[in-house]
Design a protein around this ligand. Structure first.
Ligand code: NAD
Length: 331
């Protein structure tokens, strides 16, 4: 068993958090991850309004007696969400673990901390991590450039970002972006992390509430199958490379550039949601990390977390064997 500050703080068996994912972080997945020993997370904005989140929390409780969390991400949106309403409902329903991410999270973090909650804050730079640390978050989720969704604008890969976190941070942190197996978890621990956040990996599980075609599309893809959109709008997002994302990139590269209005219809979340419902990978934009290249199957969450745990332990044992007493090394 791997015991880390994360497993102790969250009372989980495996140091793995299923990160918030728009349209994917629904009760069946969050409950399955928590039942398998990790921390499942419901994505608040996937619900149309705060009352729907209340029902989703109640549904998740029926499926698991274990801890789970709620993600609230603060990024530009086509329709402004009622962030405070989602936060209030989750607190009222007894949720005590939150994953926050995005721009200007101070007010939300303070609200959760004032209500005695554990906050895992996801960020893509050490500067933001240190400012979240000052705001009193409990754990930082250090999101490398490999990640799905929004990697920020500074393009620092996970290896350096995590090593920088080890130099600079005083509170526990977990890795995020590019982690999909036990090797990635062991590497994260070696870089000082207390665990790993995985998103894309959990899209390819039996319990992920998305169309089977999309899971199979991920299994068939390589690490070269993602692309960045919104680079020119300073809201970069890593998404699956398909007809729509390729068109968005070409519109952004037009002489004179593009305004959000020029791509709004193509990129809308409502359209992306249809990808997961219909199984047509080319219908809209859908987030995916470079870890798609590591994903080769569609296990249950239980099988996946057991395998990740075993593989991480084997890697750690293997590393320990590299260290031989000095006398033997001379022979
Ligand atoms: P949406 O339909 O409102 O917007 C679609 C995409 O366009 C999003 O990536 C959004 O950030 C971007 N966008 C919207 N307005 C913009 C603007 N004025 N300038 C530049 N970019 C703009 O998004 P949605 O699918 O309903 O998702 C709601 C929010 O959740 C978005 O901010 C999205 O980025 C974010 N999100 C959250 C997660 C998560 O895990 N919680 C994952 C992916 C995306």
């Amino acid at each position: 068993m791997l015991v880390t500050p994360l497993t102790k703080l969250l009372d989980i068996r495996v140091p793995v958090v299923q990160g918030g994912m728009q349209w994917v972080g629904l009760p069946p997945l969050a409950a399955a991850v928590s039942n398998a020993g990790g921390l499942g997370i419901l994505t608040a904005l996937t619900q149309p309004n705060p009352e729907a989140l209340r029902q989703a929390i109640r549904e998740t409780r029926k499926l698991t007696s274990k801890n789970f969390g709620v993600n609230i991400t603060l990024l530009p949106t086509i329709n402004p969400p009622d962030y405070e309403g989602y936060a209030k409902v989750a607190i009222e329903e007894g949720v005590r673990i939150f994953e926050t991410a995005g721009n200007s999270p101070g007010k939300l973090i303070k609200y959760f901390k004032d209500n005695g909650c554990i906050v895992i804050h996801k960020c893509t730079t050490i500067r933001h991590a240190k400012s979240a640390q000052r705001l009193g978050v409990d754990v930082l989720s250090i999101d490398g450039f490999e990640c799905a969704g929004h990697p920020g604008e500074e393009d620092i890969g996970g290896l350096v970002l995590l090593a920088r976190a080890a130099q600079e941070l005083q509170i526990p942190y977990i890795s995020s972006g590019g982690i999909a197996d036990g090797r990635g978890l062991a590497a994260s621990l070696a870089l000082g992390a207390a665990g790993a956040n995985m998103g894309t990996r959990f899209m390819c599980t039996v319990e992920a509430p998305i169309h089977q075609n999309i899971k199979e599309k991920i299994v068939a893809s390589t690490e070269q199958d993602t692309v960045h959109i919104f680079r020119t709008l300073h809201n970069t997002a890593r998404v699956f490379k398909n007809k729509v994302s390729t068109e968005v990139v070409s519109i952004e590269r037009r002489p004179g550039g593009a305004k959000f209005e020029d791509v709004r219809e193509l990129v809308s979340g409502a359209r992306g949601k249809k990808v997961y419902e219909t199984g047509d990978p080319d219908y809209g934009i859908w987030s995916a990390g470079v870890s798609v290249g590591l994903i080769k199957d569609i296990p249950t969450c239980e099988e996946l977390l057991k395998r990740i745990e075993k593989e991480a332990e084997e890697v750690i044992d293997g590393l320990a064997k590299l260290k031989v007493p000095n006398e033997k090394a001379k022979l």
